[in-house]
Write a protein that binds this ligand. Structure first.
Ligand code: ADP
Ligand code: ADP
Length: 228
């Protein structure tokens, strides 16, 4: 689903964010991406979404080589990728329903299909009863679940998350991870950037460890193990 071949990313200004990075995340997998602040996690996710382009190497997503992709094809790529952010990026001038509907409206779905899909997505995150509320009236955990519903409403085969539990307490963080696992159980490939080592270690999933833009770990973290 995602393959990096000798990928390096140097930002304008000379900052090396990723150096000679190679890894593969097969379809249907669930993995974490971890490392200290500045290790390159966000940059890696941005390369997958084509929000940035690599300086060297190849990025292949969903059988497409992004290096060769023209700008005009980017919206099509993004339609197949759901993204969850730490700060939800919800719009507070409209309802929960309208927030979740937005990606479908942008994709040109018929109103009839929008309603059905939005309710299916809200149902999956347990928020069907909140559709008419303004997200500002919801708790942090609920807001994050709205963000997840919005990310999956298009039924993307790939779900990316950047510190999705960054602002949540441990109990809510577990709950949010449980939701990602549910989507993975129905076949969605999941990649989550997180520096919450305690949480990641408990879940016993594949972990890519980054340090200063290099891959320093690939595999399940043993309990109480420490990252380099
Ligand atoms: P992480 O998500 O692990 O905190 P990032 O991918 O955000 O790491 O950052 C990796 C490195 O790239 C850092 O040194 C950061 O300062 C640098 N960086 C990130 N974005 C930019 C940018 N737009 N321009 C210049 N340097 C950047
Ligand atoms: P459709 O419009 O294809 O009939 P629905 O929204 O009614 O889709 O959901 C059909 C099924 O697809 C549901 O049982 C649901 O579990 C599954 N589904 C919904 N969203 C996703 C997703 N993001 N990834 C995988 N399966 C999903």
């Amino acid at each position: 689903m995602i393959r990096f071949e000798h990928v390096s990313k140097r930002y304008d200004g000379g900052q090396d964010a990723l150096t000679d990075l190679s890894f593969e995340l097969p379809e249907g997998d669930f993995a974490f991406l971890t490392g200290h602040s500045g290790a390159g996690k966000s940059t890696l996710l941005k390369l997958v979404m084509l929000m940035e382009r690599p300086t060297r190497g190849q990025v292949i997503v969903n059988h497409q080589n992004l290096t060769q992709m023209r700008s005009g094809q980017i919206p099509y790529l993004r339609r197949h990728i759901g993204v969850v952010f730490q700060n939800h990026q919800l719009l507070f001038d409209r309802t929960v329903y309208d927030n979740v509907a937005l990606p479908l409206i942008i994709s040109g779905f018929q109103p009839r299909d929008v309603g059905r899909r939005v309710r299916a997505a809200l149902d999956k995150v347990g928020l069907l009863d909140k559709e008419k509320k303004n997200p500002i009236a919801l708790s942090g955990g609920e807001q994050q679940r709205v963000g997840i519903a919005r990310a999956v409403v298009n039924k993307p085969p790939l779900l990316l998350a950047d510190e999705p539990t960054g602002n949540l307490d441990p109990e809510l963080s577990e709950e949010i991870m449980g939701l990602f696992q549910q989507f993975n159980d129905v076949g969605v490939t999941v990649l989550i950037a997180s520096h919450d080592i305690a949480l990641i270690t408990r879940l016993q999933r594949r972990v890519f460890g980054l340090a200063k833009g290099r891959l320093v770990h690939d595999g399940v973290l043993r309990r109480q193990a420490h990252m380099a």
